[in-house]
Design a protein around this ligand. Structure first.
Ligand SMILES: *[C@@H]1O[C@H](CO)[C@@H](O)[C@H](O)[C@H]1NC(C)=O
Ligand SMILES: *[C@@H]1O[C@H](CO)[C@@H](O)[C@H](O)[C@H]1NC(C)=O
Ligand SMILES: *[C@@H]1O[C@H](CO)[C@@H](O)[C@H](O)[C@H]1NC(C)=O
Ligand SMILES: *[C@@H]1O[C@H](CO)[C@@H](O)[C@H](O)[C@H]1NC(C)=O
Ligand SMILES: *[C@@H]1O[C@H](CO)[C@@H](O)[C@H](O)[C@H]1NC(C)=O
Length: 482
């Protein structure tokens, strides 16, 4: 009868063989940097003192290469079976503490380390630590000079070299594009991540700001690398300055040729009706000036601008009129009337505001000197909140000012867009960058992502820091970084 009851009990013991017997406590994860020291803590906990430790062994990669690193026998002493030039050694081995030190960490120290206690009468017990060596990557980014075209090409590249673990690279800002990433594993176990930003480049993309963000465990904070796109394109040309009032005898009339181009265009060429300009027209680079308007300049002007990628042109039809455009003859009267009207309105508004203000002061005056004191009056000085009823009455709703730019000539639209849209975008970008940087600085003052635990390394609090798991392994409540 007794054996029938014992069978399930024995089975249970076999399923959880180390559950009751697990006395070896280690930290499951330890992280270290190349060149630093790693401390692999290992303790033997035997509250009943029922076990006798006969030998302690540290082994690397217990499931594969099984390299014995350090052996301690209470009778025979310490031995290091593997030559490591003294880099790997016990800290101060006793029957209950087998903490191992690894100095001058190398990439190759990455691996699983098992701390094994041979005991009597229970036999061998071990626990493993996964030591991960981290390497800070070298990050860089650059623009790839491209020409405007119709095919998708890489326009910027970010590289995070020789890091472990491999970095994550994200892109932000700029026009919509695709990202292509390659990860290569280097011989020493580090990774190099290359991320390219692809788009179909146009002249509008030239000068656009992109940011690549590199995130990696060994970096204190994500590294942001700003990149300015460089897209070469043939000149985009427009003619400005035509006021539609070129009349016979006018003494000064001019046209200006504007071009956006990369590389910069230096060569401007003016034509009239497809032929060289009449000699009476003065040309100074991109500016054309007529000193005495006559029917000679009645026609179509063309400005041609050339750079290494090609030629852009713009046209302007000039119609010479016989007489000056009738100007509003009573300009003075109109201006005077308008100014007078505005002054009158201001005066009325001022009077109304003054009387309203006076009435409100009269009604609210009794509150003016009263102070509303919040608090319990327990003797401590309390902040005073004063009610100021008139502080809002002088506020004027702020006007929204919308400026619109005049578009002259059919090419000007694009040029205007280029000229007006980029600067504010850049300002926004800069200010948001700044905010991000400030945020990051705030974040870093709270402590870098990768930091030492807040207690001295020598102070061992194994029982507090570690937990046994149901499967017999031990899990540290926190990982240790060295
Ligand atoms: C060790 O831990 C790292 C993460 O810290 C993990 O990537 C790696 O796979 C682990 N190694 C083993 C053998 O479990
Ligand atoms: C980075 O990009 C990945 C995928 O592209 C995304 O899942 C992740 O949220 C991004 N991280 C940040 C911080 O933007
Ligand atoms: C991204 O790739 C897809 C598919 O290859 C393509 O259709 C799309 O145009 C690309 N986007 C850009 C901005 O180049
Ligand atoms: C890994 O190897 C690369 C060359 O392949 C080297 O530049 C880098 O410094 C090495 N990193 C470490 C941590 O040894
Ligand atoms: C000026 O040119 C316009 C066309 O651009 C034409 O219609 C007009 O007749 C011309 N005037 C003179 C006086 O040549």
């Amino acid at each position: 009868m007794a054996t029938l009851y014992l069978i399930p009990f024995v089975l249970l013991l076999q399923i959880w063989p180390v559950c009751d017997a697990q006395n070896v406590k280690v930290e499951p994860f330890v992280y270290g940097y190349v060149g630093n020291q790693a401390i692999l803590r290992c303790q033997f906990v035997d509250p009943d003192n029922s076990l006798q430790v006969t030998q302690i062994t540290w082994m690397k990669n217990p499931t594969t290469s099984k390299v014995n690193l350090a052996v301690y026998n209470p009778e025979f002493g310490i031995n290091y079976p593997t030559e490591t030039s003294g880099r790997i050694h016990f800290r101060q081995v006793t029957n209950t503490d087998a903490t191992l030190i690894i100095d001058r960490l190398e990439m190759a120290d990455d691996g699983i380390y098992s701390c094994e206690f041979a005991t009597y009468p229970d036999g061998n017990q071990d626990a493993t630590t996964n030591l991960t060596i981290l390497a800070k990557p070298q990050n860089s980014g650059k623009t790839i000079l491209v020409q405007a075209g119709h095919a998708e090409v890489p326009v910027a590249r970010c590289v995070s070299a020789n890091g472990k673990p491999p970095a994550t690279i994200n892109w932000s800002g700029g026009s919509e594009g695709n990202v292509s990433e390659t990860v290569t594993k280097n011989n020493n176990g580090t990774f190099t991540v290359t991320s390219e930003y692809l788009m179909i480049p146009t002249g509008d993309n030239n000068g656009e700001k992109l940011t690549c963000v590199v995130m990696q465990q060994a970096l204190d904070r994500p590294e942001t690398i700003p990149i300015t796109l460089s897209v070469q394109y043939a000149p985009i040309v427009s003619i400005e300055g035509y006021d539609e009032n070129w009349y016979l005898g006018r003494e000064h009339a001019s046209l200006t040729c504007s071009a956006k181009a990369n590389p910069q265009a230096l060569n401007y060429k003016w034509l009239m009706n497809g032929k060289p300009l009449p000699s009476s027209i003065q040309v100074d680079g991109h500016q054309l000036t007529v000193r005495d308007v006559s029917y000679i300049v009645n026609g179509t002007f063309t400005c041609e601008v050339t750079n290494s990628l090609g030629t852009g042109r713009a046209k302007m039809d000039v119609v010479v009129r016989e007489k000056r455009l009738p100007q509003p003859s009573n300009v003075g009267a109109i201006v005077g009337g308008v100014i007078g009207g505005i002054l009158a309105l201001l005066l009325i508004a001022g009077l109304v505001a003054y009387f309203l203000h006076k009435r409100q002061r009269g009604a609210a005056g009794s509150y003016e000197t009263k102070k509303r004191v919040f608090g319990t009056g327990n003797g401590a000085p309390q902040p005073e909140y004063m009610y100021r009823p008139d502080s809002d009455s002088e506020r004027v709703p702020s006007a929204t000012v919308t400026t619109s730019s005049t578009v002259v000539g059919h090419h000007t639209g694009e040029a205007e867009k280029l000229l007006t849209s980029e600067a504010p975008d850049y300002e926004n970008f800069k200010s948001s960058q700044k905010e991000e940087e400030e945020d990051e600085e705030l974040g870093s003052s709270k402590g870098p992502a990768l930091s030492l635990p807040g207690h001295p390394r020598d102070e061992i609090q194994m029982e507090d820091d570690m937990e046994s798991q149901r499967d017999g392994s031990i899990i540290s409540k926190r990982a240790v970084y060295v």
